[in-house]
Design a protein around this ligand. Structure first.
Ligand SMILES: Nc1ncnc2c1ncn2[C@@H]1O[C@H](COP(=O)(O)OP(=O)(O)OP(=O)(O)O)[C@@H](O)[C@H]1O
Ligand SMILES: [Mg+2]
Length: 259
């Protein structure tokens, strides 16, 4: 385990000195403070940390939904990309009045593609997540895991260079969750995308990640930055992953004891 990066390419995301404060009860509360984080292209980065530490806020900054008080966020994304980043939430947030295929095509409407082009791309994304057979269903006719796969297909349809995922599997039972963990690794391998994935689940983090960053403290800072080397496909009980999980748990409890 180490915190060094070997890539010589410029990072796809380069965050320097990022601070963010919200005004609450007439007072400014700093949520994130002096955060530096460089993400190499193609990395599967997992962010863990206690509830309220600022994980979702960090993703919101990246997708331009929250404005930092100071610092810079540099994106080395391709200027020709439709959407540099797409976000998958904890709940699928599908439109109930649209069939599955039209939910997946939804984000493409503002990109000037014709309806047949949108449908074709949506169908390809449904195939990628293994849901081709359900294209004509309504969201209420899907299981939670299927809905989440539709949300992933919808995010991928706009061909983002970076896929942001905010606790995307935490509302699912452990059996479905493990299936989707394998699926997202397969999709990652197939598309080569950079993934920023937030979770509370340390076992999930070490199973998925090339690198795990721990956010801790108030305001939130990077408390640990761990690279995970085991090759894929991984074994859930791999000794190196079990050891990394133990180290991260110890780091998290040490940090929360300090506060
Ligand atoms: N729009 C807002 N205005 C004021 N405070 C906010 C706003 N959004 C979030 N916060 C506060 O910022 C802090 C960080 O919130 P954030 O949602 O980023 O946490 P999180 O790490 O994602 O937590 P969780 O694991 O529970 O999702 C919390 O204390 C939250 O109450
Ligand atoms: Mg959150």
């Amino acid at each position: 385990m180490s915190s060094t990066m070997s890539s010589t390419q410029p990072p796809i995301i380069d965050i320097r000195g990022l601070s963010l404060a919200y005004a609450r009860d007439g007072r400014r509360t700093e949520i994130l403070s002096a955060l530096d984080l460089a993400v190499p292209r193609g990395q599967f980065l997992v962010i863990v940390g206690e509830s309220g530490v600022g994980k979702s806020t960090l993703l919101r900054v990246l997708i331009d939904l929250a404005k930092p008080s100071s610092g810079t966020v540099r994106l080395e994304t391709d200027p020709g990309t439709l959407t540099p980043m797409a976000l998958v939430f904890q709940d699928a947030r599908l439109l109930p009045w649209r069939r599955v295929i039209d939910n997946v095509a939804f984000g493409l409407e503002r990109h000037g593609l014709s309806k047949p082009e949108r449908r074709a791309r949506a169908a390809a994304m449904l195939k990628l997540v293994g849901l081709s057979d359900l294209a004509g269903r309504w969201p209420h006719q899907l299981s939670g895991g299927q809905r989440q796969r539709v949300a992933i297909a919808r995010a991928l349809a706009v061909e983002p260079e970076v896929l942001l995922m905010d606790e995307p599997f935490s509302a699912l039972d452990s059996f479905t969750r493990e299936g989707l963990q394998d699926e997202i690794q397969r999709i990652k391998a197939q598309t080569g995308k950079t993934v920023l994935f937030v979770t509370h689940d340390i076992d999930e983090a070490v199973y998925l990640a090339d690198r795990v960053v721990v956010l801790a403290g108030s305001p939130g800072r990077i408390a640990a930055d761990v690279t995970l080397a085991p090759p894929r496909p991984r074994q859930r009980r791999d000794a190196a992953l079990v050891e990394a999980a133990r180290h991260l748990r110890a780091e998290l409890s040490r940090r929360s004891a300090e506060l």
